[in-house]
Write a protein that binds this ligand. Structure first.
Ligand code: ADP
Ligand code: ZN
Length: 531
């Protein structure tokens, strides 16, 4: 019982034979009193990275580990499992009554407790801090573990203001080691975590973020519901999955429609009654083959190993959100799908949400940059996984298990078309300095004599009618991709178009623009049952 070597604890307490990936290194570092920032994908085994050091240090008479987590369900599960394994653990959150609360406090102050889970707002409460002070004075404050650390970053997708106050743990207890963990953080979020939690001295452990069993596919939005139904029927009949929609209304409608088509679908969003939400969540976890149609309110802390697909009917906010949401598929390692439909309206909507938000301009700028990266992923004609991992700073080679690898999209040399479109925007600018939206631009390219064309004398432009050989739909596809590639931005209330610096390079020549074949019916990947 007193062997505090990590491997022994792993085997004796958790019943596992060996550490996985970077666990051993992280655990040694933290047990030895070092600070750590751990980036590891969902299912990678983050919990053990603080649980084992917590037990080792408690056995070494160093006292209690405080685990900060925003997820009440996860606290309950983990405390239950730890107690089951003979490790004295408890949680402090709003679900406790006074008597339970006092009991936990007593256990904490006695030094018997190995791990205490607490919600972030609890940790910075004065009464609790006074207790930590007392433990600290007696040398019984062993370690802080900060789970879901990306919540401290406003650049991330799940900012929680209570996390900001956690920097005081370092200010107040500088000698107590800290480990912060997250499954999702790009460069800017990482930098933000380090700065805001004062983790400059921490060693950073980055595990591979690859989830090789997930097949990524992004299809052009055509008739999204029917596309979804076909996808579920062809690939995932009677299997569990999550379908993400942006609005509550769309969640309701989609769940209803899937049900009417014979799919066992349930809605989940924050507007539903708590009891209904709980019931749907329980059914999803317990029964086989339930499809949960949900807003992003669903998913955090849900640990169901055999989710076979995650579908997006709307574009998520950014790649981090996309990666976290799709990461809920296939935790058991079995083949799974991340499938998304995407169209021009998604781009416009997401941009509008950023433009119209009350945030500061530099914040919006970061959000726009993140959206652009997601759009580039959606429009990519090469390996999705290479792009995803690349976004998180990880180099890899073509995966053979994404739509683009399995079924390379037809592309065409759109350099000439792109230059026509870009120079048309440039001419607008020269000819009166006004900006216009997509509709008018395409009318001018196609040489249509509309009222607006007459009003601005645009038939006089050299680009008037240079694109008569393409349909309106083809031009829309070209424009969408040029926006996604970052050559054009659609700004303001009317989404008027402007060129970026990179457009100049295309206009000057020397840059080849290859785009996805327009109007192509999305094909199924050939790796699944449909081959
Ligand atoms: P994360 O928090 O990173 O999503 P968890 O800590 O929940 O991941 O771990 C995911 C699963 O992997 C859990 O069921 C856990 O018990 C298991 N696991 C973690 N580390 C090991 C290991 N070294 N050996 C065997 N199973 C492990
Ligand atoms: Zn690939």
């Amino acid at each position: 019982m007193n062997d505090s070597r990590p491997l022994n604890i792993l085997q004796e307490v958790f019943g596992y034979g060996a550490f996985r990936g970077a666990q051993a290194e992280i655990i040694d570092h933290v047990t030895g009193g070092g600070d750590a920032l751990v980036l590891m994908p969902t299912g990678g085994g983050k919990s053990l990275c603080y649980q084992v050091p917590a037990i080792a240090r408690h056995r070494g008479k160093q006292g209690v580990t405080v685990v900060v987590s925003p997820l009440i369900a996860l606290m309950h599960d983990q405390v239950g499992a730890l107690e089951e394994a003979g490790v004295h653990a408890a949680f402090l959150n709003s679900t406790l009554d006074t008597e339970q609360y006092l009991f936990v406090e007593r256990e904490l102050m006695s030094g018997r407790l190995v791990m205490l889970y607490a919600a972030p707002e609890r940790v910075t409460n004065p009464r609790f801090l006074a207790q930590l002070d007392s433990l600290h004075e007696r040398g019984l404050l062993s370690l802080f573990a900060i789970d879901e650390a990306h919540c401290v970053s406003q650049w991330g997708h799940d900012f929680r203001s209570e996390y900001l106050a956690l920097s005081l743990l370092h200010e107040r207890y500088a000698d107590v080691p800290r480990i912060a963990l997250t499954a999702t953080a790009d460069d800017s979020t990482r930098a933000d975590i380090i700065q805001r939690l004062k983790l400059e001295e921490a060693r950073v452990f980055i595990s591979s973020f690859d989830r090789p069993n997930i097949r990524y596919a992004i299809v052009e939005k055509d008739e999204p519901r029917k596309q979804l139904l076909r996808f579920i029927r062809d690939e995932h009949e009677d299997e569990a999955g999550v379908v993400y929609c942006q609005s509550r209304k769309k969640v309701e409608e989609t769940a209803q429609w899937l049900s009417s088509e014979g799919i066992r679908a349930l809605p989940y969003h924050a507007g539903l009654d708590g009891a209904v939400r709980q019931k749907h969540q329980d059914r999803f976890l317990r029964e086989d083959g339930i499809v949960m149609v949900a807003t992003i309110a669903f998913g955090m802390g849900i640990d169901k190993p055999d989710v076979r697909f995650v579908a997006h009917l709307d574009l998520p906010k950014n790649i981090e959100a996309y990666y976290q949401e799709t990461g809920r598929a296939g935790r058991d390692g079995g083949p799974s799908d991340a499938w998304m439909t995407y169209g021009l309206a998604d781009v416009v909507n997401q941009r509008r949400m950023i433009d119209e938000s009350p945030a500061e301009e530099d914040f919006k700028q970061v959000q726009r940059g993140k959206l652009d990266a997601l759009l580039a992923l959606a429009e990519a004609t090469d390996c999705r996984r290479v792009r995803l991992l690349g976004y998180f700073g990880e180099a890899s080679s073509a995966c053979g298990n994404c739509d683009n690898c399995l079924n390379p999209p037809a592309t065409w040399d759109a350099t000439d078309a792109a230059r026509k479109l870009l120079s048309c925007i440039y001419r607008f600018h020269q000819h009166g300095g006004r900006r216009f939206g997509a509709g008018h631009l395409i009318d001018v390219l196609r040489g249509k004599s509309t009222e607006k064309v007459a009003q601005y004398d645009h038939q006089a432009l050299s680009t008037f009618g240079v694109g008569a050989d393409r349909s309106e739909q083809q031009w829309r596809a070209v424009l969408r991709q040029l926006i996604a590639l970052g050559h054009v931005v659609a700004e303001g209330e009317y989404h008027t178009l402007a060129l970026t610096d990179s457009a100049r390079a295309v206009l000057k020549g020397g840059v080849e623009v290859r785009l996805r074949e327009a109007n192509e019916k999305p094909k199924r990947g050939s790796g699944g049952k449909s081959s």
